[in-house]
Ligand binder design. Structure first.
Ligand code: KG4
Ligand code: ZN
Length: 348
């Protein structure tokens, strides 16, 4: 028997994503981004994002169906990001999903954005090994997750105690006069620089910090260190070597992320590490993760970049896993939860 077709909707931040998935196969997807509308503000403006979702949602659903060569009549279930994320932005996706579920008389599943990021990988590499260690690095999150079962058992081992990794990239970029979002620009600059030129601090890695924050991250001290270093150069009337700063900063981020992720794998005896989220596009992070995993005998799974950034496919992929377990659908009274904990993979 054919597995059900799940339509997934993502609207937690600045991307409106819709996709159709059957099992672990991506049938079609579509994405609309409001990122250009946030550039002049140097960060995502929630009201602007919500308005953009409203305008994009119906055309994006239509394009995803066209891409899959299917119609809404072929859809067996609807999955939607219920949280975490921006309240108004989430509301657009959740309201649309509820309307579709009601109109098509199909079951609705509210799912967790962070678990969906992890689940995106099944579309590229098949079912997740269980247990898997997952490192999620984006503009909104930096989480280290112990995934024993993506539907029923996801445990947060650590998270950032201040800025997310992508947020640190965006803030440092602003200081260097690089446009938003800073990650991709700094990545390009870094490739011309020397990652060992400046020794920037590695947050929460001292013996004392590790006692309390073994698997947590902190990037705000690093950001301040970069700002101070740049200001000092300017005060001294010296040029700021942008490429070296970008490379040394990125190296500090990639070093801590990969070190803690591998330590967690070793401490919990886990052989598989999965990395997701927009910062996964970062060249140094990818290279360092590959080298260090190979040295530690850990197998690394990183989905293609399009599946790492926010998208509808990851939501449909998690929806398909939830449906496959035969759990009861979420009520049409589903609300949004800006701080939905990662331990709640789907809303019962
Ligand atoms: O996952 P994502 O698309 O959106 C969420 O934040 O949920 O991640 C976007 C973040 C931004 O902060 C952006 O600067 C960062 O990912 N990013 C990168 C790179 N590409 C995107 N950071 C470092 N290097 C990159 N190549
Ligand atoms: Zn995300």
């Amino acid at each position: 028997m054919n597995e059900p077709v799940v339509l997934g909707i993502e609207s937690s931040c600045d991307e409106t994503g819709v996709a159709l998935v059957r099992g672990t196969t991506l049938l079609g997807d579509s994405l609309a981004s409001s990122v250009d509308e946030h550039v002049r503000f140097g960060g995502v403006v929630p009201e602007v994002a919500s308005r953009a979702h409203l305008e994009a949602i119906i055309p994006t659903i239509e394009r995803a169906c066209d891409d899959a060569g299917l119609t809404l009549a072929d859809v067996d279930a609807i999955a939607v990001t219920a949280g975490p994320g921006l309240a108004g932005a989430l509301m657009v996706g959740v309201s649309s999903a509820k309307a579709l579920a009601w109109a098509l008389d199909k079951p609705l599943y509210g799912v967790n954005h962070l678990c969906a990021h992890v689940c995106a990988d099944v579309l590229d590499h098949g079912p997740l090994p269980e247990p898997t260690m997952a490192l999620l690095v984006s503009g909104g999150h930096t989480d280290l997750l112990l995934v024993r079962d993506i539907v029923t058992d996801v445990q947060a081992l650590g998270r950032t105690i201040d800025d997310a990794a992508g947020e640190a990239f965006d803030k440092v970029a602003r200081v260097l006069g690089v446009p938003y979002p800073g990650g991709p620009h700094l990545d390009r600059l870094a490739q011309q620089g020397d990652p060992t030129a400046i020794r920037f601090p590695r947050g929460l890695t001292s013996a004392r910090d590790l006692e309390k924050h073994r698997f947590d991250f902190s990037f705000s001290g690093l950001k301040t260190a970069v700002v101070r270093w740049v200001q000092q150069r300017q005060q001294d009337g010296l040029d700021v070597p942008l490429a070296d700063v970008a490379a040394s900063f990125s190296a500090a981020v990639a070093d801590v992320l990969t070190r803690k992720a591998i330590d967690a794998c070793q401490e919990f005896g886990i052989n598989d590490l999965q990395i997701g989220g927009g910062v996964t596009a970062n060249t140094q992070l990818r290279t360092m993760a590959e080298e260090r995993c190979a040295a530690a005998g850990i197998s690394l799974r990183v989905p293609r970049v399009r599946l790492c950034t926010d998208n509808g496919a990851m939501v449909a992929a998690l929806g398909a896993q939830v449906v496959a377990r035969g759990v009861p659908p979420t009520s049409l009274a589903l609300g949004t939860d800006s701080s939905l904990p990662v331990s709640t993979s789907f809303v019962a």
